[in-house]
Ligand binder design. Structure first.
Ligand SMILES: [Zn+2]
Length: 162
């Protein structure tokens, strides 16, 4: 396993639409392990999408504090409900956080590392992480959702990063 370097804007890999995983082979399994280790390397990291480590594949990992890691391959959001304002930061936009709108509750489906189809329903931070990481697979960064530049702030102190 390895802790991978994290790509930051304006790296073009972050703006590409990531490819679907066709077979969960050993290279994909290794990628998942490395992504999980990279995410867990810092307690402020609660999610990571493969493009953030330079791999344009549809794989995300989410690690909500004190909960089991979630791995989703070829994830899709199947349901969103509600709306709320959140503050959000991204490992690929270091030093900033922004205020954007996210759903209150999100259901996503995808495959787990064994290839089984799973559904994850989440509220709060989990819903936010699902939307944030799946956005990454489509080349979308949270700053694209900012209503205006005044909603982007420099980080002072610690924040959660996705
Ligand atoms: Zn991010």
């Amino acid at each position: 396993m390895a802790i991978l370097p994290i790509r930051a804007l304006p790296d073009p890999v972050l703006r590409q639409k990531a490819k679907r995983v066709r077979t969960i082979d050993n290279s994909v399994k290794k990628l998942i392990k490395d992504m999980t280790e990279t995410m867990r390397a810092d307690p402020g990291r609660v999610g990571l999408a493969a493009p953030q480590v330079g791999i344009s594949l549809r794989v995300i990992v989410i690690g909500i504090p004190d909960e089991e890691d979630i791995v989703l391959i070829n994830p899709e959001i199947v349901r969103r409900s509600g709306e709320r304002s959140v503050t959000e930061g991204c490992l690929s936009v270091p030093g900033y956080y922004g205020e954007i709108k996210r759903a209150e509750s999100v259901t996503a489906k995808g495959r787990d590392p064994t290839g089984k189809e799973i559904r994850i329903k989440g509220n709060g931070l989990l819903a936010q992480a699902l939307e944030h990481e799946i956005d990454h697979l489509n080349g979308v960064i949270y700053i694209d959702h900012l209503e205006n530049k005044e909603k982007l702030h420099k980080i002072e102190g610690e924040t959660t990063q996705l």
